[in-house]
Design a protein around this ligand. Sequence first.
Ligand SMILES: Nc1ncnc2c1ncn2[C@@H]1O[C@H](COP(=O)(O)OP(=O)(O)OP(=O)(O)O)[C@@H](O)[C@H]1O
Ligand SMILES: [Mg+2]
Length: 401
Amino acid sequence: MYLKHLSLTNFRSLTRLDIELPRRVVLLVGSNAQGKTSVLEAIYFLAAFTSLQTHVDRQIVNFHEAKNPLAVTRLTADYQRGKIKQRIEARLILEPSGVNGQRLRKEILQNGVKKQASDVMGNFNAVIFVPQMSQIIEGEPDERRRYLNLALAQTVPTYARLLSDYHQALTQRNALLKALYERSGDANQLQVWDEALVRLGAQIILHRIQAVQEIERFASRIHHELTRGTEVLRLAYEPSYDPLPKPEMQLGLKLDTPIDRSGLKLGEIQDGFLSRLKSLRSEEISRGVTTIGPHRDDLRFIINRADVSDYGSRGQMRTTLLALKLAEVEWMQERTGEWPVILLDEVMAELDINRRADLLKYVGKSEQVLFTTTDLSLFTPEFVEQAEIWDVSGGVVTPRK
Ligand SMILES: Nc1ncnc2c1ncn2[C@@H]1O[C@H](COP(=O)(O)OP(=O)(O)OP(=O)(O)O)[C@@H](O)[C@H]1O
Ligand SMILES: [Mg+2]
């Protein structure tokens, strides 16, 4: 798929942007702090309905505009998916609330009709790579869950809804556990939330098992190519409720031995998860939280049998991340039949000359790619020749003639 038209109002420093996009490579060029990354962030927002830079949506509302009692940020994308033209629009409305407060309301529209974000996700797909994403490898497990969730939500149509229902059930269950601890809740209710948690959670686990396995296949191939055959990258999904026994408990098995969970059936996972919750019940009541489930899952990256987060060099982390992101692109294409729009922020500067060439080769297959850079000379003249160049300055984007 590819974007045909992008229109932004009050998105960060981009107060007004209305631009046609070509179905090929766009290079956004400009000095620091001019709004290049913001353009990519805006496009990604229309795919994920969340910002990659911040978990706080109000930060993307232009801060001069936000001083008004009523402020509106609008993002609209017209895009082509297969033969079909579509439109997605997101509105962030900052409005007065209470005595002196403001609240933020988010509206999502697909082809003019208001919808839930979880029902629209997956219609317009984008994969983004920004330097700060090394947090996926170096950061806490929630960064990796977020990565997996956002990739899955764009690719598997039911996933976003599943995840939001799971979190609702989790919140209710935690509230009840707390109440039971304080001797005020109804213990019979717990069975209801256990069942909801298990029904939704098992589906999430199964999707994650499949996704990690499929993404790993692409990522290890790409990583192998990027490192000229010197390194083997593996992804290891670590479910907090693990339907299989832990390898530590299997005598003689090394910790980094790959675990194959691909044969597991939904029913098996549900049954095991439910009985595990039962055995943890008194502990969970005394702690007032749900201690196992997809909300505590993790993902590990392993190169030549060593964990990249613990032992990887800078360069290895960068290459792992690049392989992971390129794998995400190919995985989405394989699963959905459509290339996602690829958004690459300052990637060239971070790579050596061989890897720059590899990257240009990989993204060359897709339909539309946007790069940001402060320095056009990082790209080969042939590549620049066939790309469209946009100059970005002071929040204004001007296509070069
Ligand atoms: N909510 C906001 N309202 C207005 N301006 C904002 C807002 N958020 C960020 N900015 C401004 O946008 C600019 C940064 O934009 P962006 O990160 O897109 O720049 P960039 O061109 O990618 O720069 P760099 O080359 O340094 O990465 C900064 O000047 C910042 O102050
Ligand atoms: Mg930037």
